[in-house]
Design a binder for this molecule. Structure first.
Ligand SMILES: *[C@@H]1O[C@H](CO)[C@@H](O)[C@H](O)[C@H]1NC(C)=O
Ligand SMILES: *[C@@H]1O[C@H](CO)[C@@H](O)[C@H](O)[C@H]1NC(C)=O
Ligand SMILES: *[C@@H]1O[C@H](CO)[C@@H](O)[C@H](O)[C@H]1NC(C)=O
Ligand SMILES: *[C@@H]1O[C@H](CO)[C@@H](O)[C@H](O)[C@H]1NC(C)=O
Ligand SMILES: *[C@@H]1O[C@H](CO)[C@@H](O)[C@H](O)[C@H]1NC(C)=O
Length: 648
């Protein structure tokens, strides 16, 4: 962006006056403040700048939290930046979950124990490439709700959540003896179309009412003037986000346009980038990341590195973007970050640590080593014994176990209903109807554009016809009463962009030669509930009918040789689906599309001395010999072209 010459002059001057002499007057005990005179933060009255890194507890299994935080501390960071995903903690309206992996207070306790400060980002919207940017999908149960705005329905939900969350935060604020030095309000709001200052003002009021008047509240946005215009508000300190590709002088110049005085802050300095299914694996050079960091630290700026440890989008938590088309994010959130997905120090981490050591002393002691990995090798998935000729067949076709996956039975509806209309948040819904007439000449089965969200698998008389996300038309023949099934997969709601009201399922009518199909049975599938209860391992084997090639479950077990080390599972010859081990949902695999070829399996989900139960839901076709391969390293970067991948 071109700044006027006068501004640049001013910026150049401001960038070089970061001395922050000690104040004369004695400061309050435990304070964390902005100093607009000397352009810095003051911690207990002394000049302060932070070097921070992002970590998302929701992407790291709880047993690994301490290890990752310790490695961040040993890298020389003074702080960590932490998002709180609302939808991770309020799965249904008024139902809260802060247990186990969701125990954010236990995570914050660990940060304090390790001597790290915290920059907290409680949203309510966070982006983070997380399902719906952290907003609960149940907000869409009111379909005309205007998210991230002053819409009273939205504000009421936000306020109930903040009244539960922020009282847990208040005693942890720096002023109250805790380690939280600042709290972000909303996130990159200037990138959202609504530009509703009333909404930001409302949030400011709620945060102040629940956290008190002393805590430092801030916003962060991209460096474009438009973003800073809609994302900032009087009373919230404005910071910026930019990566190593940006010109540091110009980027901080943009912050100076909205905050002429005060500390320079880059709240998201990008160490790497996310991956989308079907695109190349993203990587950012360590040299450039380290150089950009050094340039910013030389200016006296406070920096947060996004991400320092990315982790994994387990289960259904990956988000998506919309740029010309729907673009789902991969299961791995490795991010090419300084600590890898599995939490191992990389060359980038050491390059960053060297830069930090030029500006502040590193903690004494060695960097903890990489956690051990193990190649458990090949594991055969269960073959049903009654199967002829030793061929592997699925444990069960999905269509044969609807009674298990949807115990309450289907919902009847004249026309299809969305996931939101039937209160299904994640995963899969099966839509079933019957052909209304004999179809002797091939008829066109069609759906309006963008009405299949995000992927549909069609079966006629339980035989798979087709499976991809952008159907134009499909030709069918059959008889009156033939069963037509469409399995709809939600691949993650849009987390960033103009419109995050991302409804899932069949959003329009499916029609046969333009005449809408009616009389649907809609099965919301509770697959995770069944798997967590031990299904199908604890159930009697079921004989699959074999060669339908429709969505099906496969099972297997393996034992570890007395260890439970981290591992990476590869899917040789498999297409696309979801993996559980011991009931833990490890996320989506899609080797046919790439770039990600392996899923991270944290050792903490494995058992020692008893079998580990594997369950695979394969949606598009398993290999004739269904084997999984457990490796001691990940494969992130085999990308097949769109045209090849689209032939599924
Ligand atoms: C960064 O931008 C400033 C102001 O536009 C310019 O003077 C400087 O040369 C740029 N630096 C680089 C490395 O491009
Ligand atoms: C967002 O999408 C929803 C559903 O498709 C639509 O009703 C709404 O008008 C869209 N809003 C904007 C601002 O594009
Ligand atoms: C489906 O078709 C029926 C009958 O034509 C129509 O009333 C209804 O609005 C359609 N639904 C959608 C989502 O387009
Ligand atoms: C694993 O499978 C066995 C049967 O093979 C079953 O008894 C056990 O409950 C299952 N455990 C888990 C954690 O799913
Ligand atoms: C994939 O990564 C490996 C090692 O990380 C590297 O050697 C290889 O060149 C990469 N391949 C592609 C296609 O980027």
């Amino acid at each position: 962006m071109g700044l006027p010459a006068l501004t640049l002059l001013l910026v150049a001057r401001l960038l070089h006056t970061q001395h922050c002499p000690l104040l004369q007057a004695s400061p309050p005990v435990r304070s964390f403040q902005l100093d607009y005179e000397e352009d810095c933060f003051r911690k207990d009255g002394a000049p302060f700048r932070y070097i921070s890194g992002s970590i998302h507890y929701a992407r790291v299994p709880r047993p690994a939290w301490r290890d990752r935080l310790l490695k961040m501390y040993m890298s020389g960071l003074s702080a960590v930046q932490v998002y709180i995903p609302w939808n991770y903690h309020e799965p249904l309206p008024g139902v809260y979950d802060f247990a186990g992996d969701r125990d954010v207070e236990a995570f914050l306790d660990l940060t304090a124990e390790l001597g790290l400060l915290v920059i907290l980002r409680p949203g309510p919207y966070i982006c983070a490439e997380w399902e719906m940017g952290g907003l609960p999908a149940w907000l869409l149960w009111k379909p005309d709700i205007i998210l991230r705005s002053s819409d009273p329905a939205y504000l009421a939900a936000v306020d109930s959540w903040l009244h539960v969350l922020l009282p847990k935060i208040k005693p942890r604020l720096y002023q109250h003896g805790g380690n939280i030095i600042s709290v972000q309000v909303e996130n990159e709001y200037g990138s959202y179309y609504a530009c509703d200052y009333g909404y930001l003002r409302h949030l400011l009021g709620s945060f102040r009412a629940l956290l008190g008047s002393e805590v430092l509240l801030f916003t962060t946005d991209g460096t474009r003037a438009e973003e800073l215009r809609c994302g900032t508000l009087q009373g919230l300190y404005a910071t910026v986000d930019f990566g190593p590709g940006s010109n540091v002088t110009e980027a901080f110049g943009a912050q100076r346009q909205v905050e002429p005085k005060g500390p320079l802050v880059n709240s998201e300095y990008y160490t790497g980038w996310l991956d989308y299914w079907g695109e190349a694996h993203a990587s950012t050079s360590s040299v450039r990341v380290a150089q950009g960091l050094e340039d910013m630290l030389q200016l006296g700026a406070s920096i947060n590195m996004y991400m320092f440890h990315g982790g994994t989008n387990f289960a259904y938590w990956s988000g998506a973007d919309f740029k010309d088309q729907y673009k789902p994010v991969t299961t791995s959130y490795d991010y090419d970050a300084p600590l890898s997905e599995a939490g191992d120090p990389t060359e980038k981490l050491f390059a960053i640590r060297t830069v930090i050591s030029k500006f502040q002393p590193l903690p004494v002691g060695p960097m903890p080593p990489a956690t051990p990995k193990y190649a458990y090798g090949w594991v055969a998935l269960r073959k049903v014994s009654a199967c002829p000729k030793g061929y592997a067949v699925p444990y069960a076709d999905l269509l044969d176990v609807l009674d298990v996956l949807c115990p309450s039975g289907p919902i009847q509806s004249q026309f299809p209903l969305t996931f939101e209309a039937i209160k299904q948040i994640h995963g899969f819904v099966l839509y079933r109807t019957q052909l209304p007439r004999d179809v002797l000449d091939p008829a066109t089965l069609g759906a309006p554009p963008h009405s299949i969200c995000d992927r549909g698998y069609v079966m006629l008389q339980k035989v798979r016809l087709w499976g991809h996300s952008h159907p134009t038309a499909l030709h069918v023949t059959g008889s009156t009463g033939d069963t037509l099934d469409v399995l709809l997969e939600n691949m993650g709601r849009i987390s960033f962009g103009a419109n995050i009201s991302d409804f899932k399922g069949l959003l329009g009518n499916l029609s046969l030669d333009s005449s809408p199909l009616r009389n649907w049975l809609i099965y919301p599938l509770a697959i995770d509930t069944a798997v967590q209860q031990g299904w199908p391992h604890a159930a009697l084997p079921k004989l699959s009918s074999g060669d339908r090639a429709g969505p099906a479950f496969y099972t297997g077990t393996f034992e570890t040789p007395g260890i439970a080390w981290d591992t990476f599972v590869k899917f040789p010859g498999w297409s696309k689906g979801q993996l559980w081990i011991n009931g833990f949902n490890l996320g989506r695999y899609w080797p046919l599309r790439g770039p990600q070829q392996t899923l991270f399996v944290p050792g903490s989900v494995l058992h020692i001395g008893r079998p580990n139960n594997i369950t695979v839901l394969e949606l598009e076709g398993a290999p004739s010999t269904p084997l999984l391969l457990f490796l001691d390293r990940p494969l992130f970067n085999r990308t097949l072209s769109h045209s090849t991948a689209a032939t599924e």
